[in-house]
Design a protein around this ligand. Structure first.
Ligand code: ADP
Ligand code: MG
Ligand code: MG
Length: 872
């Protein structure tokens, strides 16, 4: 097995074998750029090394020798030969770039003899001994595991004794003295001498770089960036070039475009008379790249040309390491540069306009998860001082406000003109008015799909949840973050992108929809097949959604309309009614309220479909908590109130279910209490009628939730048609004036889709419930209990409530689409639920041939791009 490749043998496509650095060094060599020659030891060799219990095989040992021989011939130097010493660097190079996470050693091949040779060859003893002391320090810390500060300390003392401030002021004698001290230091901390045998140096260095794959920071980085542990690293052995030989030498890093603004101008830093790591290590403050034009103009011109060439070659912005040795430029590394969201958009658009890449390439380059940074307000990082705790980044954006510990307080303060942050241990549907009033939400419990997270995302409000670092003492109206205390009414700042909770009011930066984003979205719209709808429950959200390009509403949850305090009371009266008359009286009061909401939504969505879901949650969700009622009962003296409370408690208990999510909800409610659905349908059609009179083009689509058997949809569809008949005049009730459809969210509905399609104009996959019921995982409990454990153990690849499980739940969707369309080719199909805003799930919807995805308003731009990416 070939485990060593010279740079002239490889190319950019061989990343898996040669690692990113090695493949790109080879590619640059091939295209004739000035790359110091060298060779790459493959990732295969790394795997073999781990398998053999961290040992380099005889075979690999020999291949390395051969690689070295070839390199010696190319350079006309010999490794370990005092008269013409070859010096090399040993550089890590993983497949996926992990900047700075692993180890590199420079100036290998120096020892007490070869350093003298280097002095003779270069006539520069200061330089030669500078290289040698660097080698002992790097080798000592990377290979021999001696803490770097043991060396730093000696260097600082030396400079103090010599009375100099900068490394480059140290003389050759100074370095010789330091080298002697470094050698003692190595011996003292590791028990062995610094190896004088250069072959030992090389072998130990290669082993150390392999092993650095397992160092702590590399492991953490891989976990955060989801890089597989199995990848392993390649090792590059490269002949040295020297940026530390004098003032016509230097080393630096340059980006071909500005990584934070996207501007098409070189961006970077360099140091004169320095080597490799000095730039990052911060020994000296580097100078900006423009000043290189004054210092070494020819080099600057050449660097500019190299940047252009590499950018054209890789068709993307490059992050390049270079070194100048005696007025000659060398390129030591190139890779696609990291960038922020706005810069990514600008570069993608610019590269299309410059004719470098196609629109499809540009679309595919957009990392949609980064768009969140742009579409929401952000924090002014320079003003962040006191981070109290970090929770889950549940809903992006930044918010400042004073802390309120319950929904009523939040609402009251909001009304009086204050900005508030609602802080709860967790939220329930009863807190909805508090969420509405708040700038942002913080919870100490609950995951990314908890109630607070879902509701806040839907409203586009920043939310940090599951923030276990804060402890709320509701009694004392204060919360604790470690030792620190935050009283109710104190200012805090939430960052929903990073999950940080920050003390005080940090200044915020407004979101902007830039021209580049608009351009990308326009290209996306020309490419995608899926339509993009919004989940919106009120006219304001509908308008926002339309502004972001929604082509309809895919889910309007009517229950949210009942949670406003004035309405909740009527709703509770309706639920607790003892007779049909009483219930109807309450419903009569609710009807105009619903009608009003629908009118607003229809107007906002003029000309576009609006899918309205009839009441879905179990009724008990609208009633207060039984324990709280009991407490109130105990503390009241008024007989009247006591009687009222007792009645409420009776009703709450009567409605109690052991499994409410599998209980009296969805269409089951509508079938047992037809008057509720009747009222809702009437409100929809009355609103439609009013709007049509105003000249608004209304396209209502009534959606029946939780159907599991065709018969349920059959009788509820009859109800809709009956009410339409009564409410709408003949000219408003023609063919195709409205649609009736169902959510497919119970597995049995998917399995019997053919029968259900007979009564449906559309299917909307409610993938939240469908996932819950297909897995048998309670959505409200799974995350806190076992799901995170499953994810840690890699039993599941993703949280199925965030990323659609295409293997299982996806099969049900495919089956239902096929069966439904077999019976009714015009059947409209779509998905609503959290997955509608996830890019992998959107890709699945595209592949399955759905007509639309529906997601929260703020995710619509992202969904438009993801849908285009899926179609390319
Ligand atoms: P990292 O992945 O941490 O950037 P590198 O392997 O790229 O590590 O090397 C670290 C530094 O050493 C870089 O600044 C690089 O340019 C420099 N360097 C590496 N090899 C050589 C070489 N053969 N000659 C001169 N400088 C080198
Ligand atoms: Mg590097
Ligand atoms: Mg549902």
């Amino acid at each position: 097995l070939k485990m060593v490749y010279s740079f002239i043998e490889g190319n950019a496509k061989m990343k898996a074998l040669l690692g990113g650095k090695g493949a790109n060094l080879a590619e640059m060599t091939r295209t004739g750029l000035p790359v110091p020659p060298g060779f790459t030891i493959t990732t295969d060799a790394c795997h073999a090394f781990f398998k053999a219990g961290n040992r380099i095989s005889e075979d690999l040992q020999q291949q390395i020798q051969l690689g070295l021989k070839q390199l010696e011939r190319e350079k006309g130097q010999i490794f370990g030969d005092p008269s013409h010493p070859l010096l090399v660097s040993v550089r890590s190079g993983s497949i996926t770039s992990m900047p700075g996470m692993m180890d590199t050693i420079l100036n290998l091949g120096l020892n007490d003899e070869t350093v003298k040779g280097l002095v003779a060859l270069t006539n520069n003893d200061r330089f030669a001994y500078d290289c040698y002391r660097r080698l002992i320090q790097m080798f000592g810390s990377v290979v021999m595991g001696i803490e770097a500060f043991n060396f730093e300390r000696l260097l600082i003392r030396l400079k103090k004794n010599l009375g100099v401030g900068q490394d480059q002021e140290v003389t050759a004698d100074g370095w010789r003295q330091l080298i002697a001290e470094y050698k003692l230091c190595v011996k003292a901390y590791s028990g062995v001498d610094f190896p004088q045998n250069v072959y030992d140096q090389l072998k130990l260095a290669v082993e150390a770089v392999f092993k650095s794959w397992h160092n702590h920071r590399a492991q953490v980085y891989r976990k955060i960036n989801r890089i597989p542990d199995e990848q392993g690293t390649a090792v590059n052995v490269q002949s040295m070039v020297f940026g530390n030989m004098g003032d016509d030498c230097g080393t630096g890093v340059v980006f071909t475009r500005n990584p934070s603004s996207g501007e098409n101008a070189l961006f970077g830093e360099y140091l004169i008379n320095a080597q490799g790591e000095d730039v990052v290590a911060g020994v000296r403050t580097p100078q900006t790249i423009e000043t290189l034009n004054d210092k070494l103009p020819e080099i600057y011109d050449q660097l500019e040309r190299v940047c252009k060439q590499l950018e054209q070659h890789y068709k993307d912005m490059q992050d390049i390491e270079f070194t100048v040795e005696n007025g000659k430029l060398y390129v030591l590394q190139t890779r696609n540069g990291k960038r922020n969201a706005q810069a990514a958009l600008k570069m993608a658009v610019d590269l299309v306009l410059e004719g470098v890449i196609s629109r499809e390439d540009a679309l595919q380059r957009i990392e949609v998860s980064h768009l969140d940074q742009l579409l929401h307000r952000g924090i002014d990082e320079s003003a962040v001082t006191d981070v109290l705790a970090v929770g889950l980044p549940a809903s992006p954006g930044a918010a400042i406000g004073v802390v309120a510990f319950d929904a009523d307080t939040a609402e009251e303060w909001h009304k009086s003109g204050k900005q508030v942050i609602l802080v709860r241990s967790e939220t329930t549907p009863e807190d909805i008015h508090g969420v509405l009033a708040a700038e942002g939400v913080l919870t100490s419990r609950g995951g990314m799909t908890s109630h607070a997270a879902v509701v806040a995302r839907g409203m586009g409000k920043p939310c940090v949840c599951g923030c276990e670092g804060v402890r709320i003492d509701l009694q004392a109206r204060r919360m604790f973050a470690g030792e620190r205390i935050i009283e109710e009414g104190d200012w805090i700042t939430l960052d929903g992108v990073s999950g940080r909770v920050i003390r005080g009011a940090v200044p915020l930066k407004e979101a902007t929809v830039t021209n580049e984003l608009l351009q990308i979205l326009q290209w996306a719209d020309q490419t995608r097949k899926l339509r993009v709808y919004a989940n919106a429950d009120n006219p304001e959200d509908a308008e926002i959604a339309r502004g972001f390009g929604a082509e309809g509403i895919g889910l309007c949850r009517t229950e949210h309309m009942f949670f406003a305090p004035s309405r909740l009371a009527v709703m509770q009266r309706m639920i607790m009614a003892d007779s049909l008359e009483e219930r109807k009286a309450a419903l009569d009061q609710l009807l105009p309220m619903q009608q009003f909401d629908f009118e607003g939504i229809f107007r906002a969505m003029d000309g576009l479909p609006v899918t309205i879901r009839l009441l879905d949650p179990p009724l008990h969700e609208f009633l207060p908590n039984a324990n709280e009622l009991q407490q109130k009962l105990q503390s009241t003296d008024s007989e009247e109130e006591k009687a009222q409370l007792q009645q409420m408690i009776r009703k709450v208990n009567a409605l109690h279910e052991s499994n409410p999510m599998l209980g009296q909800r969805g269409c089951r409610l509508g079938i047992v209490y037809p008057e509720i659905y009747d009222m809702q349908i009437e409100a929809i059609f009355k609103a439609a009628s009013v709007c049509m009179d105003e000249g608004v083009a209304v396209h209502p689509e009534i959606m029946i939730p939780l159907v599991g058997d065709a018969s349920e949809l059959r009788i509820l569809r009859e109800l809709v048609d009956d009410v339409a008949e009564q409410v709408l005049s003949a000219d408003k009730n023609g063919e195709n004036k409205y649609k009736v459809g169902t959510m497919i969210e119970v597995p049995r509905a998917a399995l019997t889709a053919r029968q259900i399609a007979a009564h449906a104009d559309f299917f909307s996959f409610g993938t939240n419930d469908l996932t819950q019921m297909t897995f048998g995982y309670s959505r409200d409990d799974a995350e806190g209990k076992f799901l995170s454990h499953y994810l840690d153990k890699k039993l599941l690849p993703h949280n199925p409530f965030q990323v659609l499980d295409s293997e299982g739940v996806g099969q049900l969707i495919e089956l239902a689409v096929t069966a439904g369309r077999a019976l009714k080719p015009t059947l409209k199909t779509g998905i609503c639920g959290e997955h509608g805003g996830d890019k992998d799930s959107i890709a699945f919807c595209h592949q399955t041939g759905l007509d639309y995805v529906s997601c929260s308003p703020y995710r619509i731009p992202m969904a438009r791009i993801a849908a285009a990416q899926a179609a390319i």
